[in-house]
Design a binder for this molecule. Sequence first.
Ligand SMILES: [Zn+2]
Length: 214
Amino acid sequence: MNFFDFILHAIFPDRCPFCNKVIENYEISCKDCKDITDEYTEPIFSGVNGYSCVSSFPYNSIFRKSIVNFKFYSKPYYCEKLAYFLKESLAKGYQNTNFDIITYVPMHKYDFKNRGYNQSELLAKELSNLTGIKCANLLNKIKRTPSQHSLKLSERKTNLDGAFELSHPSLIQKKSVLIIDDVVTSGTTLSSCCKELSKANPKNICCLTLAKTS
Ligand SMILES: [Zn+2]
């Protein structure tokens, strides 16, 4: 640790992304939470409308609490620690795929302004730092929509119609694309994003999330 990092760490110590306890900068979580995360060594596989999806944790207990705090209670810095779990799930869940580019589920500009950050973008950028795979914004959310979890299943299916628009299609033609989101529930959001990305003829598209609801 250089002097600048030392001072920075003294003022803003690293925190466990699950319980917010102060931890050493080389730790990913506190020891108590590590005992829990260590029980989830295997990624969770699922499918999103024909696209494969890998998740690090079930969306419950400390994982749910962490993501809620990360997303809704101004803890964007949790992304630095949480991205390590994505990196591990990427290595185990997609060991036969070499991804060319990482992207993320975008937020509408008004929602982005309200929150101040896009949690999926932060995770994607951090994962890019950890893996060396380039990260790019490939989608824009052009329609403001009610959040998926506030809708009935029948409404969820059409809520996101026309919500996403492809940007930079030339970046992904014949490329392997990995798209990041924080949580996968019904998969409608990721599925809509994959559908839009597929218009640029990528080689393949896979999804990676921190958590999956049961
Ligand atoms: Zn903890």
